[in-house]
Design a protein around this ligand. Sequence first.
Ligand SMILES: [Zn+2]
Length: 178
Amino acid sequence: MRWSHEDFDPDRSGQRRNHGAQQINRGARLLEKEKENMEMCKSVYEKIIGHARREMPLEACGYLGGNGGTALDAYSLTNIDKSGEHFSFDPKEQFEAVRAMRKKKQRAVAVYHSHPETPARPSQEDIRLAFDPEIIHVIVSLAAAEPEVRAFRIVKKEVTEEPLVVIEGLRNEPENQE
Ligand SMILES: [Zn+2]
């Protein structure tokens, strides 16, 4: 892994590894920061692939809301670019989605979008426009026979893949992580 938290948050100053399980168990907020895998409920996984297919040949886009680094809900948004190569959220829908997430005590874990004809990795445009180091970028590719879903962090133009784990049910409790 070329990128680490320390690159953009001096408060975490290299002690991340030493804190271990004890700190992870203190609660979801810490867990979000400590976790390196991204978890996604199977229902979310299926929903974003379905959304990507419906929007073909345009890019589909939206938010994944959740907590503790686990995506629990997909909030599909309109791609106002109407493009197969890039996307922009409808600002009004974006606002509504953020409000809906807050109501459910979720936060925006990830932004997702589809690549109708290219692989599931960030394009030059995706990298150029990535501004939030905390958000995960989930890409659904429909380029191959089977859909491919991958997750990335983009920090200072540097792309790091986040291992994506699809889980069957909901696991809101930090204690249930192992
Ligand atoms: Zn893209």
